[in-house]
Ligand binder design. Structure first.
Ligand code: PLP
Length: 494
């Protein structure tokens, strides 16, 4: 064992059970000066500061906790103890190592019932789709990709044994200690292949879907000591989940402040920039552009099947997700690419408090899925199946053509038009083919959602996106048979 490891193990592990008032200064704990060994000293200082922060948080938490219920902070003992990290680092158990047998439990909420009642057999209920089935296009459930993955068969299968993935920890050398190294590697490879985002000098943070990372970003970008909550904005029409994700806990750190176009307060703010945009597919840039602003670039749809890849995105905080990239919404994996290490650390802290990391099983599955996608472009055996992004692009092209064709003569409905752009990934001029159709009623109907509902088509009203109820958002990424039924039914709606 190296001197560094030995020093960290023997000295550091022994002090974890000390109460807060007995936290020693670093010089008393580590018998080494910055001049003797600068890199080691820096490492020790970093760990020491991390430790003190966590002890403080724990001490505060214990003071406030009257009923002894655990509020979900991963206790520092777990963070640094042997039985947490040994699987990954190979450190040896010594007789005075901390043994951590504590646990923390959490529980999460419900799913909208409407989603479960329709799209019949396709949602796993065993029911058959009939001509008068309710079509649920309210959610963007990307089941369109199922047929591709069925064709991939064993090439995308992983087996996880009962003894695998058991620890909370994945890689304690990474600040994102719950991130599986294989997944980080595959994510970098994927971005390099597609050319849609810079990964160099970025921290990759995995989340339980990008929904969790949206909340982690809000937490990380809002100062904890501000007198007023941070304003959170996005340009109308915005992703309908931003307002509830911001406000559902009535946080004192941040609050939903609405449309970015009309935000004119002289106060700090966070702007969600979604490009291509959900719900209308537009290519976007930040609109507020004031000092004190922080941007979250939600690039969930910045993939070649949806839009030309015009450049590698290079923003401070970017979000992606397997749900929209490969269609694996149920795997619940998203990732953030973050420039600033302090922001990254706070996001990691949020995920630690929220879910003590992210399912390893899901991460390993996501890594395998991404690997399969990349492999197709690196000369791997695809078994004669089209490569993933070509497959996705072909389906999206066909669907958009069919929808436009069905509405070509319509005086009741209209769809947005998109510009052509050069795609660096394919070397072709292409148009945007959004995952949602932003359908507008040009007739007298004021509430398009209700009108379509009466025709057994469930959609999301524009009012949830800060827009007029004459608009609805319609999923373009459901299964073929449901999409076919939708186009047929819409074309006879008057
Ligand atoms: C713009 C945008 N961001 C984030 C998400 C959340 O994705 P995830 O499934 O990764 O939580 C969605 C899902 O629809 C989305 O449309």
């Amino acid at each position: 064992m190296s001197f560094q490891k030995c020093l960290l193990n023997s000295t550091y592990l022994n002090i974890v059970s000390l109460p807060l008032p007995f936290i020693y200064p670093i010089s008393a704990i580590f018998p080494i000066s910055s001049a003797q060994n600068p890199p080691l000293y820096q490492t020790l200082v970093f760990h020491h500061q991390l430790y003190i922060l966590e002890r403080e948080a724990l001490f505060e938490g214990r003071k406030k906790s009257e009923n002894k219920a655990k509020m979900g902070s991963l206790e520092p003992e777990t963070h640094i103890s042997f039985n947490g990290s040994c699987n990954v680092t190979g450190k040896n158990l010594s007789t005075d190592s901390v043994i951590n047998l504590d646990e923390t439990k959490g529980k999460m909420g419900s799913f909208e019932p409407e989603t479960r009642i329709s799209n019949g057999r396709c949602n796993g209920t065993g029911m058959k789709l009939s001509t008068d089935s309710v079509i649920n296009f309210d959610r963007g459930d990307p089941t369109m990709y199922e047929s591709f993955w069925q064709e991939m068969g064993q090439r995308s299968t992983i087996v996880i044994s009962g003894s695998q993935s058991m620890s909370y920890f994945s890689d304690v050398r990474n600040i994102c200690w719950f991130m599986e190294p294989e997944l980080a590697q595959e994510i970098k490879k994927l971005h390099q292949l597609v050319g849609n985002a810079e990964t160099k000098d970025r921290h990759i943070i995995v989340g339980t879907g990008s929904s969790q990372l949206i909340q982690a970003a809000l937490y990380a970008l809002s100062p904890s000591d501000a007198s007023e909550p941070m304003n959170v904005v996005s340009a109308v029409p915005y992703y309908s989940s931003y307002p509830p994700l911001t406000d559902y806990l009535r946080s004192k750190l941040y609050r939903w402040a609405g449309d970015a176009y009309t935000f004119n307060e002289d106060a700090p703010y966070i702007e969600f920039v979604t490009s291509p945009n959900n719900p209308d597919g537009s290519i976007r840039k930040a609109v507020v552009n004031k000092s004190g602003g922080k941007m979250v670039h939600d690039l969930a749809y910045y993939w070649p099947q949806y839009t030309p890849i015009s450049s590698a995105a290079d923003h401070d905080l970017m979000l992606f997700a397997v749900s929209k990239c490969t269609g694996h919404a149920g795997t619940r994996i998203g990732w953030a690419l973050v420039k600033d290490v302090e922001v990254a650390k706070k996001m990691i802290k949020f995920i630690e408090l929220n879910t003590i990391g992210v399912s390893k099983d899901s991460q390993l599955r996501a890594a395998k899925i991404i690997h399969t996608v990349c492999d197709g472009y690196e000369g791997g055996d695809t078994g004669g199946v089209e490569r993933f992004f070509e497959y996705g692009h072909r389906l999206m092209t066909e669907r958009w053509e069919r929808l436009r064709e069905a509405l070509r003569e319509s005086t009741l409905f209209s769809l947005p038009e998109f510009q052509l752009d050069f795609c660096n990934f394919t070397g072709e001029i292409r148009t945007t083919l959004p995952a949602f159709a932003w359908l507008k009623c040009e007739g007298d109907i004021e509430d398009l959602e209700m009108f379509l509902k009466s025709n057994k088509i469930l959609t999301r009203s524009g009012k949830h996106c800060g827009a007029d109820p004459k608009y609805v958002r319609v999923s373009m990424v459901d299964r073929d048979e449901i999409f076919n039924l939708f186009v047929k039914r819409l074309s006879v709606c008057h």
